[in-house]
Design a protein around this ligand. Sequence first.
Ligand code: CA
Length: 249
Amino acid sequence: MDGMDKIAKAIEDYLARTGYAALDLRCALFDMDGVLFDSMPRHAASWVQVMAENDIEFTEQDAYMNEGRTGASTIKMAMARCGRPVATDEEVKRIYASKCNLFNAMGETPTIAGADRLAQTMREAGLALSIVTGSTQHSLLQRIETAYPGLFELDKIVTALDVKHGKPDPEPYMMGQRKMGAMPWQTLVVENAPLGVEAGNASGAFTVAINTGPLDDKVLTDSGADLLFATMDEFRTALPELTRLTRRN
Ligand code: CA
């Protein structure tokens, strides 16, 4: 199947799974870690270290498989998994603060190659852009405007602080859609992690996975990605065909 057929088939499958009459893209919601910033290796390393310091079993693979969960949810899940009593809010806060300190000590996080060009091309195609993240990492949130100047609607960002249920629950992406004034069939989600893809899919948005990490592609397609690309540039190259097939006008 060539690239164009792949996109047409993905849209056909999306309409079949959602029951919507058409895909009519008006906005794109970007995840932050692993999509805008190449932060996941550092998140994984800081999670592994802080969990070990607290005698909680946690591997780098766990970090990637649970990417997108809020910090609190990750800590509670890992403690429950190794049979530890339910964590108090203070304990969760202390562990998460310690994880954030470790992460911040690693210095300025690089951006993901090509994410700026992809976002720029989407803007030129008439899409409004915002961000939906399970993070509350101030060091990254504060860098969005300097790393991606003028591209994202910063007053419409959804963070872990805005939602009751984090990814894989659809709430964060549904809230992102409300903030953007967009219906699910007008929304493109850009994700890199299984739980994020699951959340995007469950919100009814057309969900594109970019595999920027170490997991198998299959993990992302099994989570419900409508399309999968290896790099931001590969997605950017496919974007004209996607917008051509999705604009009703
Ligand atoms: Ca992510």
